[in-house]
Structure formats: C-alpha cells, structure tokens
Write a protein that binds this ligand. Structure first.
Ligand code: ADP
Length: 445
C-alpha cells in the first residue's frame, strides 16, 4: 500500500479523499492556492503545500507545481478528485513519468474517453448501444445537413472535446442547422481548442442514467448500479438518486452486464462512469467519465462501499474484494448539490459564511468544507456542500431530505437550499416522474 498520497484538488472532494486515506492509515498531502490557505481541506490535512496564486490555471491546474509538491513531500501516488486535472491524460502520463502512481485509469483510456467521438466509436465496437447520429466527426455543413435529415430533427451538435455541459448546440429544424453548426464549431474551438464536432439526435424525453463501474488490474470488472441524474440545469446535474425511479432491477442487471463486458474487453482499470440517455425503455450511450464523480456518494450509500478506498486499493495493485453477485443494493439515496448561488438567478454568491449548521441524524451525510467564518472564494466552482440522505424507500428518503434541508443553516451567503426545498415538495418529483428537461421548466415556473 502507498506510504503517502497527494490530493490534487480542493473543497469537499479533497476532504472526501483525505477521509478515505485516513481510514486506510495513509498520510495525505493537501495542496492549495493562496486563496485556500484557510480552507478545511488544508486545516485538516496531515501536511499541506501552497501551489500558487488563486486562478486555477496557476495552482490547481499547475502541473509542475503539483508534481514538485508530491516529490518534495515524498508522496507515492496522486488522487486527482474530479474536475481540474482528473481527466487530463498528459497529467496522468507525467505523474507516471515521475515514478508516481496516478489513482485512476491508464492515460490511454483517459485520452480515448476524453475524445467523445473516439469514445462512441469504441463503445459501438464493443456492442454498447449509442444515440443515433453521425459516425464520427462532421467537418462541413453539407454533411451536417445530410446527417440531420437522415436521423431527423431536432439534433444536437456536440464538441468532441466538450464537458461540464458546455459545447452543445441544439438545432430544432433545418432552418436553424447552419447557424447552430457554425456556432458550435466556433465555441468548441474557443473553449476547448479543438473544433471537432459530431451530431446526435436530440431526444425529447430521456432520463440521464449512468452506471458506476470499478475494474482492477487483474481484469475483474464490477458495477455498483445506476444513478439517475436527470435533474439538470443547462446540462449540469443538481440532484441525483440511486437507484433510478424509472429502472427495474432486471433492466439494471442487463445494462450492467453489457457495460462490464465492454470494459473488460477494453482492459479498463479503476473507477469509471458510463453515461446513458434512457428513453422508451432503450439505453443509448453518450459518454464515459474516467474518474470519481461528484454524485458518487449516492452509490456508496446504497451499496455500503467506499468508492475512494476502492480506487486507492486498486491503484496499489489490489484485487477487487467481491464479485458482482456479492454487491447488493439497499434502500434509496438522494444527493442535493448545494451551491453558493442565488437560488432564483443562479448568480454566484461568494462571500463570508457567518454561521453554519449541518443537519445530522440517521441516514444523513454532508460532504462539505464549509464552516462558520469561512470565506467562499470567487475563483472556483460554486459547489459548497453535498447533502446526501439514505433511507429504506424513496418516499422515506424524500421525507428525510425535506427534514435535513430544513435543518441546514448556511448564513452569510445565499445558497440553492431553497430551490432544493421546492423540488422536494413537488408532486411530480415525488412521483419520480421527470426527464432531463423537467428542472429547466420547473425553475422557470
Ligand atoms: P458533458 O460532458 O458536457 O456533461 P454529455 O454528453 O454528458 O455532456 O451531456 C450532458 C447532458 O446533456 C446530458 O445529461 C443530457 O441531459 C443532455 N444531452 C446530451 N446529449 C443529448 C441528446 N442526444 N439528446 C438530449 N439531451 C442530451
């Protein structure tokens, strides 16, 4: 096992990884920007290193500074968390080139899945169903028109290098295609430095259902069931559930069997998530994330396993402790992403937290770096807390969530807690009756 691990991240996920390290008896090194000197992940760290000024490009994305911090402190492995460098294949390669272990998949798999066109091609070859669309990149508007006519409108034009809900343009009809196509390419070039785009049918009532997988170096692959992440705003997730209110155990098993067989053939290693759109009983793959995800706790709650611990063990060469049959699902879990944003306009609300009280009690988990007196800096993602509840049934989980949201006090800055309270009280949400378009309409009501 590793003697020391460096955590190349901040906020709640840095704390989350620190906790897993501590339970494994492994000292960890926190890194931070000058803006985060007082952050909880630094305060609770065994050791910490300042890696640069506030802008992420100078600190949390500063590869030489992070590698130096690892070498100077004698860390043997680096956990990247999510965001920042987690899906940067160059970073994973450089970690390995410095004789350290990257806690995650191989750089080749990170690269393959980071290129969404390549990812779809690979999955199609492995027998995973896709959303109908162009086979590969579309480089001119005439081809775009052909593809769109063939699959039927509406269509979505996506950046191959896209992520985080960015780099997507919908064309409702032939009249809007040319413009959508050229905007999508220009935006992809600007945001990702790569103007490769592809086209998919834009589904009108899908759910976003994703599957958590874990694979070891010995070729064993298991899945930990699905998460329903259909509640999204601007293609970004806000509330996630495990399991999906729309999926039967049989459908989950079939999806799991297809996905794990595909990843075994690919020789994939460590944690990953396959994302699908699910409509009219059909699954269609959209992308794979080669890292731990924000919403991983709902899976942990229903499976009773620590996914970060598994990631670390596997990176150290250990074999998965269980077979698929030994993984069982118990109860229902829901996560609310609580952000420092105005709950009506979604304008970021950085500032000083003057009072903080986290809810507790049976089946309540709060992953957050907040505390009274903490200043939420304006430089980073606005996620400040994740509230996760677990209960025997979905109805019980909703009651527990309502109670926990009422107890939650974050004073001094506005957060999205009131929005989550409205969602929880909505009858359609309570029935589990929603698609990826539901929240956008709900917010506009
Ligand atoms: P990102 O990497 O930016 O998260 P994804 O490809 O995972 O992009 O898509 C993000 C979200 O956009 C999905 O969860 C879904 O809500 C929506 N979306 C993506 N592709 C389609 C599609 N073909 N039809 C309808 N909605 C889609």
């Amino acid at each position: 096992m590793f003697q020391k691990i460096l955590i190349a991240n901040r906020g709640e996920i840095a704390l989350r990884i620190q906790r897993a390290c501590r339970e494994l008896g492994i000292p960890s090194v926190a890194v931070h920007s000058t803006a985060d000197a007082e952050a909880m992940h630094v305060r609770l760290a065994d050791e910490s290193v300042c890696i640069g000024p506030p802008p992420a490009k100078d600190s949390y994305l500063n590869i030489p500074a992070i590698l130096s911090a690892a070498l100077v402190t004698g860390a043997e492995a680096i956990h990247p968390g999510y965001g920042f460098l987690a899906e940067n294949p160059r970073f994973a390669e450089m970690v390995e080139a410095h004789g350290l272990t990257f806690i995650g998949p191989s750089p080749a798999h990170i690269r393959m899945m980071g290129d969404k066109i390549a990812a779809k091609e690979a999955m199609a070859k492995l027998g995973v169903p896709l959303v109908p669309g162009s086979n590969g990149a579309v480089t001119d508007v005439a081809k775009a028109r052909d593809v769109a006519t063939q699959i039927g409108y509406p269509v979505v034009i996506k950046a191959s290098a896209g992520g985080g809900g960015r780099g997507m343009k919908v064309a409702q009809d032939a009249g809007s295609l040319d413009e959508a196509f050229s905007i999508a390419r220009a935006e992809a070039r600007g945001a990702f430095g790569n103007d490769a785009v592809y086209i998919e049918k834009y589904l009108d009532h899908p759910r976003h259902i994703e599957l958590q997988v874990m694979a070891d170096d010995q070729g064993n692959v298991v899945h930990f069931g699905e998460r329903d992440c259909s509640l999204q705003r601007r293609h970004q997730k806000l509330l996630e559930e495990a399991g999906s209110p729309a999926l039967s155990a049989g459908a989950r098993d079939r999806l799991g069997a297809t996905a794990t067989a595909a990843l075994a053939k690919l020789g994939y290693r460590n944690a990953g998530t396959l994302e699908f759109l699910y409509q009219d009983g059909q699954f269609a793959f959209i992308e794979m994330n080669t890292r731990l995800q924000v919403e991983h706790p709902v899976t942990e709650m229903v499976c009773g396993i620590d996914l970060v611990r598994e990631q670390i063990r596997i990176a150290a060469g250990a074999t998965l402790d269980y077979t698929q049959r030994q993984i069982s699902f118990s109860g229902h879990a829901i996560e609310c992403r609580i952000t420092a944003e105005d709950p009506a306009t979604f304008t970021p609300t950085p500032g000083r937290v003057t009072a903080f009280h986290a809810p507790g009690g049976l089946g309540v988990r709060v992953d957050s770096g907040l505390y009274a007196g903490y200043f939420v800096p304006p430089y980073y993602d606005s996620l400040v807390a994740k509230l996760i509840v677990h209960a025997p049934t979905r109805a019980d989980a909703i009651s527990r969530l309502r109670r926990a949201l009422e107890e939650f006090a974050i004073v001094g800055i506005q957060t999205t807690i009131p929005l989550h309270q409205r969602i929880v009280d909505d009858p359609e949400f309570q029935r589990g009756d929603y698609t990826i378009h539901w929240l956008e309409e709900f917010v506009a009501r």
